[in-house]
Design a protein around this ligand. Structure first.
Ligand SMILES: [Zn+2]
Length: 670
């Protein structure tokens, strides 16, 4: 059988030949590509020549090209247009691909050659970009445990295995607690709830065969219930059940699981030569140190707390007017805050939507990219993987830049959420490759398709990531596009959201589907005001969680995470009617895997930067200031991971980011 996945693609722009690719091609292609990749790596490892940058580091970059190409297609299809066959391939190959990667990182002969190049680096006269990829390659192997010997290597393997098991267990316990709790609601108890909440609890009752409406702990049920249920005792009961997830004793209790995870992470960091897990984790981030993270969070904490306390007083007044005495409690906040929102910031989504047509919002995102970076977009007629996916050629001054694929509509075969990926990343070594960049969203179809304001922001957000990929201009794929620190990667995307809010952009592109009239200014103002409503509460519950996460991973691990959590929150003076957004026993970000452990802060870190970066445009002369746009491209969008994120940001802005713009944006400035 000829397998198109393993051929050279003689297609326009080297796009995958989707009209010829079948699901049956994937498994044999991935198998063959893994074998080929390992053989290529082995040739480098056993090379009798002394190790050099070219024969070892660049040599490694030549390996695995077939696997990259096949997986570039497969992962995109598995996420955007899944089938049973594709899910089966995913299940079969996830462990195989993990073992493949472990075999490369565990190749001692290979690591020894990398180590020799690393030790000789000062004498090699490398370009800055080459020096950077050498450092990243070496660091990647060291962090994976390649330098460990004998008993240490065995212990590391044991720790990794145990951490994987504990992470899964933490998530499953949480799921079990959410699934097992329900509270039957009488018809009387539905009184005062809006229709959509009543529908949700009736649907939950039906789904669970309860013979009547039930309250569950699914976020989409419990949060609206707490917002709208006028029965205070019932709110308290529901809230207590919700915050007790993972903390109910018995087999699903997560408290001991969390303690063991923290202990093992600490041991793992120390085996690798770090003081503690936070130092290990933050080494690769823009923040770099726990002190930098804490410094930033504390600058936001005090103003947020002050706002939250002011808001609490207003909400307590409303509660008194309801005839309830005593202090405002955590189960009261959402209820009185929702009542206040309806009165002061009401937004009519139904009136707003006709102004946000998908087609016009795509045009708006393209138009901003044209004004800022000179990019032009031309529809391409090429075979893709699904009828809803569309492609454009991206050019500048007539020169090819990239292929952009937009796949905007929800369907059953698509994973939920929105994301940006590539089928091919930009690089110049070993050959020049223009990127193929994909944006996937889950918008509702319609004629015309209309977006909510959040949808429109999502479209701009993902397009910001796409620009980071398309404008990338580096030699090596390893540092191309979005291959940057986790606390830096959301800067281009969150920054691009700001252009949606530029009045002249909405004036031109947010036009009514029927009348063609631009969105009225009062409507825009309302949209923007609603976006910052209740930010004191939201910031406080988030920052409290981020600071607890940080404290858990600094220094010796706590024997009892719950008492450490209490200590941190007491020191902070958490307002009494607010709790952590995610308390320890259900803090899935931190305990189900390593992605956000000691890294929950990064959402806010990115927001500080995007606010600060957009302010640079406003200070310079407006959203389309040519000089700032040129700097943004030169130092951030084209630079990928070619330098440390703090260095790149400082080149762009002239200084490190400050929190003032974020406080203003969240309505928290004094
Ligand atoms: Zn993003």
């Amino acid at each position: 059988m000829t397998n198109p996945l393993l051929e050279t693609w003689e297609t326009p722009f080297g796009l995958p030949p989707f009209d010829r690719i079948e699901d049956a091609h994937f498994a044999p292609a991935i198998e063959a590509a893994m074998v080929e990749g390992l053989a290529e790596v082995e040739l480098i490892a056993i090379n009798p020549e002394p190790p050099t940058f070219e024969n070892t580091i660049e040599g490694l970059m030549r390996t695995g090209a077939s696997l990259d190409r096949v997986l570039g297609v497969f992962y995109n299809l598995a996420g955007a247009d899944s089938t049973d066959a594709r899910e089966e391939i995913m299940r079969e190959f996830s462990p195989k691909l993990a073992a493949h990667s472990a075999a490369i990182y565990g190749n001692q002969a290979l690591f020894s050659r990398i180590e020799q190049v690393w030790l000789a680096r000062d004498a090699l006269d490398l370009t800055p970009e080459k020096a950077r990829v050498l450092m990243l390659t070496h660091r990647g192997f060291v962090r994976a445990g390649a330098a460990l010997m004998g008993g240490d290597a065995a212990r590391m393997k044991e720790i990794k295995g145990r951490l994987a098991t504990l992470g899964t267990q933490f998530g499953q316990n949480l799921l079990a607690d959410e699934r097992d709790w329900q509270r039957a609601l009488s018809e009387d108890e539905l009184e005062g709830l809006p229709g959509f909440v009543i529908n949700a609890v009736r649907a939950a009752g039906k789904e669970r065969g309860a013979g009547g409406p039930v309250l569950t702990l699914s976020r989409s049920v419990i949060v609206p219930f707490l917002q709208f249920c006028p029965n205070r005792a019932l709110r308290e009961e529901a809230w207590r059940a919700w915050v007790a997830r993972g903390e109910n004793g018995g087999k699903t209790d997560n408290r001991d699981v969390a303690a063991e995870i923290l202990g093992l992470r600490h041991e793992r960091a120390q085996l690798l030569g770090y003081d503690d897990f936070a130092s290990y984790k933050l080494e690769t981030e823009m923040a770099k140190t726990p002190d930098a993270v804490r410094g930033l969070l504390m600058e936001v904490w005090e103003p947020a707390k002050a706002r939250a306390l002011e808001d609490a007083a207003l909400l307590e007044e409303r509660m008194r007017a309801d005839g309830v005495n005593g202090p405002l409690q955590a189960w009261d906040w959402r209820y009185y805050s929702e009542a206040r929102r309806r009165e002061e910031f009401a937004l009519n989504e139904a009136e707003l939507k006709p102004y946000l047509q998908l087609e016009r919002m795509i045009e708006a995102a393209f138009s901003c990219a044209h004004r800022l970076f000179g990019l032009a977009f031309k529809p391409l007629d090429v075979p893709l993987y699904h009828g809803d996916a569309r492609a454009w050629e991206v050019t500048r001054d007539g020169q090819h830049v990239a292929v952009f694929v937009g796949d905007y509509f929800a369907r059953a075969s698509k994973r939920s959420g929105a994301w940006c990926s590539t089928m091919r990343s930009q690089r110049k070594f070993p050959d020049v490759q223009g990127p193929i960049v994909v944006n996937i969203c889950n918008f509702a179809k319609g004629d015309p398709a209309l977006l909510s304001y959040d949808d429109a922001r999502t479209l701009f957000h993902e397009f910001g990531h796409a620009l980071h990929q398309m404008l990338s201009d580096v030699s090596y794929e390893m540092i191309s596009g979005t291959s940057v620190a986790r606390d830096f990667v959301e800067l281009p995307s969150q920054l691009y959201e700001h252009w949606l809010e530029v009045p002249e952009v909405l004036q031109e592109f947010a036009t009514h589907a029927d009348t063609g009239e631009p969105m009225p200014r009062e409507m825009l103002d309302k949209v923007l005001a609603a976006a910052t409503y209740d930010m004191g509460f939201q910031t406080v519950e988030y920052v409290a969680s981020a600071l607890v996460d940080l404290a858990f991973h600094e220094g010796e691990p706590p024997a009892d995470p719950m008492s450490e959590q209490t200590r941190v929150l007491t020191d902070l003076g958490l307002p009494q009617a607010i709790v952590m957004r995610h308390a320890t026993p259900h803090f899935a970000h931190v305990f189900t895997g390593d992605g956000y452990s000691s890294g929950y802060y990064s959402y806010m870190w990115s927001e500080v930067m995007d606010a600060d970066a957009f302010e640079a445009f406003e200070e310079a002369g407006g959203a389309f200031d040519a000089e700032m746009a040129e700097k943004l491209e030169r130092f951030i969008l084209s630079a990928g991971g070619s330098e440390e994120a703090d260095v790149l940001y400082t080149k762009f802005r002239g200084r490190m980011p400050g929190v003032e713009a974020l406080l203003k944006g969240r309505g928290l400035a004094a």
